[in-house]
Design a protein around this ligand. Structure first.
Ligand code: URA
Length: 447
């Protein structure tokens, strides 16, 4: 096998034999194919796609590049959810303890920031002391005592995805349907789940912004799960504006905690409740979404979900007392030394809040990576003061920018200006009717 021939064939739109694709991937695992050759291959896949047979090989090799967890004697159905990634998407932080509170076992394995999107692991690490790198033995112990555990990919689980994910992040090859499918499904299949719910984002801030592409991605992932005996459901959800109001790691933890305490922004709560209900159905806890939704609301409003989160934080090395006072110095969440308010340059209706300038703005503030090995600043980010459809007058706050220094404040204010588009208000009323997407657009289930 000559690696450059394989790359060339894919580049020219050819279909690879399962055997040759398998040996190319194996050679990368073994070190005989270099990162530069794999980066070129990923770019070829980005433009040419993969056939169903090629995709099947990629999922299979990624899944078996590491261990498959053993479910052991589980006290409930093992269920997880995974999102294709968005801006302000802090759902997992609330959902894992919530689903555990509803009787599910949630072995959640999450990723770091990818492209313009934030990663759950990076958010968890904003919590002082929280350890996302724990052994699989410790992961099992936390799972058993708390009902949920949250870790990053270890060297044992789908290590090939870990390497490809890092490479894609810095080579503009993230937004590829087969690469996303294989990345997500290899990790999730390795968790030995009874049920899986996929949150496939749609809109400008999603990797695949169009509904048709998102639906195709959802269908491909549901097929990959069902083909391997995993009950898999996908939900298409809105990412045409950031989810909730907070963007940035520490800020997003705060917002997730508000949701766990029964509050938080309505769009975040709606999505968390719906995904919890989907998990309950996928895991057989209930057979009706309405009943699952009611269970989720009761766990959020009754304090059980927040208490479960406190147990999770303690079990993974954090000090849950920060939940009593989120701003407590030292033990609490990190706060940025500088804040400034970005204001509306004119009056109007908020016609758009484009997630992309805010996602990339977070990276510019130091809250994301431009190199694989970079440390990130958990303190920085944005707190939106408006949602699409709000009416604002000139000078009214659009967002608070949390920055490390003066330069960061200027960068952040520019990002808010690029993200928020105001439409004029005609004398007779609105001359532009913004219509944000509904939070949940569609549900995709196996045939
Ligand atoms: N999330 C993942 O785990 N992988 C992707 O490729 C995209 C989102």
């Amino acid at each position: 096998m000559i690696p450059q021939q394989i790359v060339g064939r894919k580049r020219d739109g050819g279909e690879l034999e399962p055997k040759e694709l398998r040996s190319f991937l194996q050679a990368y695992i073994d070190g005989a194919v270099g990162d530069e050759q794999m980066a070129a291959f990923l770019m070829a896949v980005y433009f040419r796609g993969l056939s169903p047979a090629e995709l099947d090989v990629l999922v299979d090799v990624m899944l078996h590049s590491g261990d498959v967890l053993s479910p052991g004697a589980s006290a409930g159905p093992r269920v997880d959810k995974h999102s294709t990634g968005g801006v302000g998407d802090k759902v997992s932080l609330a959902l894992a303890p919530l689903a555990a509170e509803m009787g599910m076992i949630v072995p959640m394995m999450s990723g770091r920031g990818l492209g313009h999107t934030g990663g759950t692991l990076d958010k968890l690490e904003a919590i002082h002391g929280f350890r996302t790198r724990i052994s699989l033995e410790e992961f099992d112990r936390v799972l058993e005592s708390v009902g949920c555990a949250m870790i990053g990919q270890t060297d044992e689980i789908a290590p090939l995805d870990r390497r490809l994910y890092a490479l894609r992040d810095v080579t503009a090859t993230v937004s590829s349907l087969p690469l996303i499918t294989a990345s997500i499904m290899s990790k999730k299949l390795a968790e030995s789940l009874d049920g899986l719910v996929l949150d496939v984002k749609v809109g400008k801030g999603a990797f695949l912004p169009e509904v048709a592409q998102a639906r195709e991605l959802a269908q491909a992932m549901v097929r990959a799960g069902e083909a391997r005996g995993l009950a898999t459901t996908a939900v298409l959800s809105a990412m045409d504006q950031p989810l909730g109001r907070a963007i940035g790691h520490g800020l997003e933890v705060r917002e997730a905690v508000a949701c766990l305490a029964g509050g938080g922004p309505p769009d975040l709560r709606e999505l968390v409740v719906r995904l919890a209900a989907e998990m309950a159905v996928a895991g057989g806890v209930t057979d009706a979404l309405e009943a699952g939704g009611a269970m989720a609301e009761a766990a959020l409003d009754g304090g059980g979900a927040l208490e479960r989160f406190a147990r999770l934080v303690a079990a993974q090395g954090g000090d849950p007392s920060f939940l009593e006072d989120l701003d407590a110095g030292g033990r609490g969440l990190p706060t940025a030394p500088r804040t400034t308010v970005a204001t509306a340059p004119e009056g109007g209706i908020v016609a758009e809040i484009d997630p992309l300038p805010l996602g990339y703005g977070l990276i510019s503030l130091g809250g994301g990576r431009t190199r694989q090995d970079q440390q990130i600043d958990h303190r920085v980010g944005f707190e939106l003061a408006v949602r699409v459809g709000d009416q604002v007058s000139c000078g009214q706050p659009l967002a608070t920018v949390h920055a490390a220094d003066e330069a960061g404040m200027a960068v952040g204010v520019r990002a808010v200006g690029d993200a928020v588009r105001l439409a004029g208000v005609a004398a007779s009323g609105r001359d532009a009717e913004p219509s944000p997407l509904p939070i949940v657009l569609e549900r995709v289930v196996g045939s």
